[in-house]
Design a protein around this ligand. Sequence first.
Ligand SMILES: C[S@@+](CC[C@H](N)C(=O)[O-])C[C@H]1O[C@@H](n2cnc3c(N)ncnc32)[C@H](O)[C@@H]1O
Length: 221
Amino acid sequence: MPNQLFETQDGSHSILSAQFGVAYHSKHGAIQETQHVFIDAALKFKAVSHTALSVLDIGFGTGLNAYMTLLEAEKSSLAINYTGIEAFPISYQQATDLNYSTLLKTENFQTTFLEMHRADWATPVQLTDHFQFTKKQIKFETIHFVNQFDIIYFDAFAPNAQPELWEADLLEKMYQALKKDGVLVTYCAKGVVKRTLKAVGFEIEALKGPPGKREMTRAIK
Ligand SMILES: C[S@@+](CC[C@H](N)C(=O)[O-])C[C@H]1O[C@@H](n2cnc3c(N)ncnc32)[C@H](O)[C@@H]1O
């Protein structure tokens, strides 16, 4: 069975993964979730004190987190160096069906959105004046970065679908990947995940979640 496109409650598309049997975003709203968890709680939070930021996206998926980051970079003249990790990319055809540019009223950036999907793997590309982008087709488990990122968007499928991605060894790699004072955000607010984040060295904040969700987590190195 192929991946299925569906509409979330704010009208924006998401994908139901055939491989993992779960959705790429909250059914309450994909755009709302990305805005709240990744853009507001991490990107804008760090932009208060920085004009240039490096972001690690785990994982790239539909490209919505990357796209909304690019739009924010253009709006706020933030210089972004963005790395998206994805082992199982969606098809280009499926990317062309996603309605993000229409809902965000950014049709003038639709070509740029599709350029992200068309970009060669492991080759940096300057997509706008403010946004440098690299996509890596590797498994999350194999990442190895040291003191490189200001922000990690940890957007893996939930622990009940992929428990192995929420264990200490991968969270430890993400801790290593961040610079001091770097920030990891996730929609997940499970007690065990917060305890593991703490155990690998993060300071944890429980923040109000996006619509439909009570809490989310921000972890600071
Ligand atoms: C929740 S979705 C990401 C949603 C994405 N941020 C977006 O805006 O569409 C999780 C992603 O992780 C990818 N994935 C699952 N297991 C992986 C693994 N072990 N290594 C790399 N990518 C993986 C899936 O293919 C999927 O794209």
